[in-house]
Ligand binder design. Structure first.
Ligand SMILES: *[C@@H]1O[C@H](CO)[C@@H](O)[C@H](O)[C@H]1NC(C)=O
Ligand SMILES: *[C@@H]1O[C@H](CO)[C@@H](O)[C@H](O)[C@H]1NC(C)=O
Length: 129
C-alpha cells in the first residue's frame, strides 16, 4: 500500500472510532448506576429519560452532566426528584461507580440519612428538609 493511502485509511479509521465513542456517550456502569438510583428518586414526572436501555447516552439525560473528554459523570442534580410521604435512607454504594463526580445535589428529597452496602446507617442533619 502507498504511504498516502495508508494515511488516508488511518485517518478515516480514527475518525470512525472517535465518532463511535461520541455516540457511545457514557460509560455503561454509570448508566446502570443512574438507573438504579431511579428506584429511590422515584418522582414519576422527573428523570423520565433515565432508561434501562443498553447504549443510551446518559450524558444527555436530564440532570446529568459529563466531562466531554473523559465521558464520565461529573455532576448530578437530584434536587426534588423523589416523591414520598416518609423520610428514606439513600444507599451510598450506588454512587461508587461515579469516580469523577464533583457536584451532587440531593436537597428536598426527604433523606433521613444514608445506608452503605453493609447496612450501616449514617445521619447527616444538614440534609433535612
Ligand atoms: C475532563 O477529563 C479530562 C481527562 O480525564 C481531564 O483532564 C479534565 O481536567 C476534566 N475536566 C473537568 C472539567 O473535569
Ligand atoms: C446498596 O447497594 C449495593 C450496590 O447496588 C448493594 O450491593 C447493597 O446490597 C445495597 N445495600 C442496601 C442496604 O440496600
Amino acid at each position: 500500500m502507498e504511504a498516502k493511502s495508508f494515511w488516508v485509511l488511518l485517518t478515516t479509521l480514527l475518525f470512525i472510532i472517535r465518532g463511535w465513542r461520541q455516540i457511545e456517550g457514557c460509560l455503561e456502569q454509570e448508566r446502570i448506576a443512574l438507573f438504579q438510583l431511579k428506584s429511590f428518586f422515584n418522582d414519576p414526572i422527573e428523570l423520565k429519560d433515565w432508561v434501562d436501555v443498553k447504549g443510551s447516552n446518559c450524558c444527555q439525560w436530564e440532570r446529568v452532566k459529563c466531562n466531554i473528554t473523559s465521558e464520565r459523570v461529573i455532576s448530578l442534580n437530584l434536587n426534588h426528584a423523589r416523591r414520598s410521604t416518609s423520610n428514606g435512607y439513600l444507599n451510598v454504594s450506588l454512587f461508587l461507580p461515579f469516580e469523577e463526580l464533583k457536584s451532587l445535589d440531593l436537597s428536598n428529597n426527604k433523606i433521613e440519612g444514608f445506608v452503605d452496602n453493609k447496612g450501616s446507617l449514617f445521619f447527616i442533619s444538614m440534609l433535612t428538609d
